[in-house]
Ligand binder design. Structure first.
Ligand SMILES: NC(=O)c1ccc[n+]([C@@H]2O[C@H](COP(=O)([O-])OP(=O)(O)OC[C@H]3O[C@@H](n4cnc5c(N)ncnc54)[C@H](O)[C@@H]3O)[C@@H](O)[C@H]2O)c1
Length: 384
């Protein structure tokens, strides 16, 4: 009998909720679907509740568990610390992991404030460790194809970008208070849903220079506690390139499960993505014959398309889980030299846009991004 002996990379995961499950799934599936130079080994998972974290360790395939994330960070067999806890805990855990010399993967949003995000960025830069933020939707094959087509000039210079993220998560006023309603722990709807949109928008169309916004909280008390986050927000944006954009993010949209859309209108074409049809991309080309007026529905599964070779034959499609497999697979593929992207610099740049939208909504005015980034000390974020 032959023996399989791929080199391994030790994973320590902080948090066992929905994202703990999604990342564990990705570490398990990635080596099955693609060839990786290092096999992820699920060493240890941490959580505050011993009963629940031990159950999660068993279900997700971890060798061990601990109720203390600091213990996880100290372990010599952990190479990558993967943070899947609420945003209010991210900067502290990420900075401690970096100081211990670990590579860090952190779920989005990177932090609750731009200042916190910048301090986490400082910490990973000082330590010189690889770092990444969980903007997994870039790695949906159709969204990756959209990026490639924009870069190859399929729509010409980008003029307009429109993005929405709607869910009905907060519609019912009886939903009890938890971290998602607490600004200091969960962050805003702008940061929760909007951070994905802002990441994809800046990846596709470049940095944002200026924003204007509005926010509302319709149910202001839950479980007799004050809700401190917005439930719905929208923003107008001006990109550094001169392109214009509109974002809407809401957790109060009835019968919207978790839908996002992105549309780009360039000088010579349009590209549109809708999450409910995640294996497809709509493309309208101004050079098409007039009698073909309209949009083509591209099946983003052809062998020439991003990630298709790692998945099933054309026509079978992929789902939500594939974005995590593609994301963490790409990071593992580049272990240990990197580069990893999107990284903490991009995470902090996104956080700055979130904060600018929030400020614009509160102060009822346009806010330039440099008002947020230049007032805070520490590392400057840039888009990547
Ligand atoms: N990329 C995506 O598609 C996506 C989707 C959902 C959530 N997220 C992000 O992932 C992170 C976790 O979200 P989730 O949906 O897994 O949440 P969850 O509530 O399902 O799980 C949170 C985990 O963190 C632990 N935890 C809760 N409060 C804590 C605290 N104060 N200190 C330490 N640990 C704490 C919980 O015990 C649990 O293990 C958030 O930053 C969220 O924005 C990303």
């Amino acid at each position: 009998m032959g023996q399989v002996a791929s080199p391994e990379v030790g994973i320590g995961m902080v948090g066992y909720g929905m994202m703990g499950k999604a990342h564990s799934y990705a570490y398990t599936v990635a080596p099955v679907m693609r060839s990786l130079p290092h096999r992820p080994r699920l060493r240890v998972i941490s959580g505050r509740d011993e009963g629940k974290v031990s159950q999660a360790a068993d279900a997700y395939g971890f060798e061990g568990w601990t109720a203390d994330w600091r213990e996880l960070i100290r372990r010599s067999d952990v190479d990558i610390v993967d943070i899947c806890t609420p945003p209010g805990t991210h900067a502290e855990i990420a900075s401690a992991a970096a100081a211990a010399g670990k590579a860090v993967i952190c779920e989005k949003p990177l932090a609750v404030t731009y200042g916190e995000a910048a301090s986490a960025l400082d910490a990973v830069r000082k330590a010189g460790v690889l770092n990444a933020v969980g903007f997994n939707y870039r790695r949906l094959p159709a969204v990756s194809l959209m990026k490639r087509m924009v870069d190859e000039g399929a729509v010409g210079k980008v003029r307009l970008l429109r993005a929405t993220w709607l869910s009905d998560e907060f519609v019912d006023p009886a939903i009890p208070f938890d971290w998602r309603f607490d600004r200091s722990m969960g962050g805003t709807t702008i940061a929760d849903l909007g951070s994905h949109l802002i990441d994809m928008a800046t990846w596709l169309a470049g940095g944002i220079a200026e924003v204007c916004g509005q926010s509302e909280t319709f149910v202001r008390q839950r479980s007799n506690r004050a809700v401190t986050v917005d439930e719905a927000s929208s923003a107008l944006v001006r990109f550094e390139s001169g392109a214009r954009g509109v974002f809407e993010m809401a957790r109060t949209a009835v019968r919207r499960p978790c839908d996002f859309t992105i549309e780009i209108n360039g000088e010579s074409g349009t590209l549109a993505f809708e999450y409910a049809r995640l294996n497809e991309l709509l493309y309208g080309d101004n050079a098409d014959q007039p009698q073909l007026y309209g949009m083509r529905r591209i099946r983003a599964e052809h062998e020439t398309h991003p990630y298709s070779r790692n998945w099933w034959p054309i026509g079978q499609g992929v789902g939500y889980g594939a974005s995590f497999v593609n994301h963490l697979g790409d990071l593992l593929d580049r272990w240990p030299d990197g580069p990893w992207e999107p990284d903490f610099a991009q995470g902090a740049a996104v956080q700055a846009v979130c904060e600018a939208i929030e400020r614009a909504a509160t102060e009822r005015r346009w806010v330039e991004l440099r008002e947020v980034t230049h007032r805070t000390g520490g590392a400057q974020a840039e888009h990547s």
